[in-house]
Write a protein that binds this ligand. Structure first.
Ligand SMILES: C[S@@+](CC[C@H](N)C(=O)[O-])C[C@H]1O[C@@H](n2cnc3c(N)ncnc32)[C@H](O)[C@@H]1O
Length: 309
């Protein structure tokens, strides 16, 4: 890129769009505008107005565009991920929250309509997107969040402590034993990608932390199964569990929950693209805590290209 000193903002954004398109960035014009807006400290509306005038390109724009062309995630360059009503601080070492997870948060918020002081826990909180949104949008809620990775925990602390979320560093498999049987809602977007299904996008394969992606085992189901077992342990009778997963895992997760005998109202939910990307269930009264790892699905082969995240 040669936008350098003296080039107009409009010309620099046009050139950046071509550079990013050539690098295979999926939305080159949007990213070119967001990077310019980030450097100028303006939102999309103000940037559009500036693009119509004779504003100069901001200093450092070429460098930022070159980094994005190397497929460094946009959010790592701006330091911010937008999720529902929140602006979350993100960077290396933490999973960038995805739009489909906003629908999972909506399921929790719908469930909690009319609840006065609900107690909620987010297992594997990453940046804190789910826990932070619930704390922000459900008045009177007491929200806990669990994260295993030290890097992710540090980002979560930055995002969640100002929102009053109680954050613990721990393993979702055995976290919060002192709270067994006390939560109204357990929500999780655990790692769920099968071991061999390496994501295609460089932003995901090279920059999302592996511990946020791979669920464990050939089918990626070890941590989702463990999250369900912890939910059964942590929820009150009548409590609500909701978990995000890949589209091809939906049927297996529903039958895994049914098999334990611990859940009623097992329901698969569609995301905004009509894909089966979340499952919820209601904790029955009583029942034994399930085995940490349920039986393997009869056909654990999950085609790589159908795995989300
Ligand atoms: C797919 S990311 C989701 C992050 C966040 N909830 C979101 O939706 O954006 C999964 C998160 O679970 C965390 N994690 C992985 N294994 C864990 C474990 N055993 N216990 C707790 N957290 C774990 C990862 O570090 C990562 O932050």
């Amino acid at each position: 890129m040669t936008s350098g000193a003296g080039m107009s903002l409009a010309g620099a954004v046009r050139e950046a769009t071509a550079v990013l398109a050539a690098a295979g960035v999926p939305s080159p014009r949007v990213d070119a505008e967001l990077l310019a807006g980030h450097l100028l400290g303006v939102g999309p509306g103000r940037l559009r107005a500036m693009l119509l005038g004779d504003s100069p390109a901001p200093e450092g724009y070429d460098d930022l565009v070159s980094e994005r062309a190397q497929r460094i995630p946009l959010q790592h360059l701006t330091g911010v991920a937008h999720f529902r009503y929140l602006e979350l601080a993100v960077g290396p070492g933490v999973f960038i929250p995805r739009p489909e997870t906003e629908s999972v948060v909506q399921l929790v918020i719908d469930r909690l309509q009319g609840s006065r002081h609900p107690k909620v826990v987010d297992l594997g909180t990453g940046s804190g997107a789910i826990a932070g949104s619930i704390a922000h949008e459900v008045p009177g809620s007491e929200v806990h969040a669990v994260e295993f990775s030290g890097f992710a925990h540090a980002w979560a602390a930055k995002n969640l402590l100002p929102l009053g979320v109680i954050l613990v560093r721990g393993d979702l498999r055995d976290a919060l034993p002192e709270h067994n049987g006390t939560f109204d809602v357990v929500v999780s977007n655990p790692p769920y990608i099968p071991a061999e299904a390496i994501p295609n996008e460089p932003e995901v394969a090279l920059h999302d932390p592996p511990e946020a992606l791979y669920g464990g085992g050939a089918d990626g189901m070890e941590l989702p199964t463990a999250a369900a077992a912890s939910a059964a342990r942590l929820l009150l009778p009548g409590g609500y569990f909701v978990m995000e997963h890949a589209e091809v895992q939906a049927a297996w997760i529903a039958s895994m929950l049914e098999r334990t005998g611990l859940w009623s109202e097992v329901t698969t939910h569609l995301d905004l693209n009509g894909k089966e990307r979340a499952t919820s269930a209601v904790r029955r009264n009583g029942g034994q805590n399930p085995e940490p790892r349920a039986a393997k699905p009869s056909n654990p082969e999950i085609p790589d290209e159908r795995i989300g995240q």
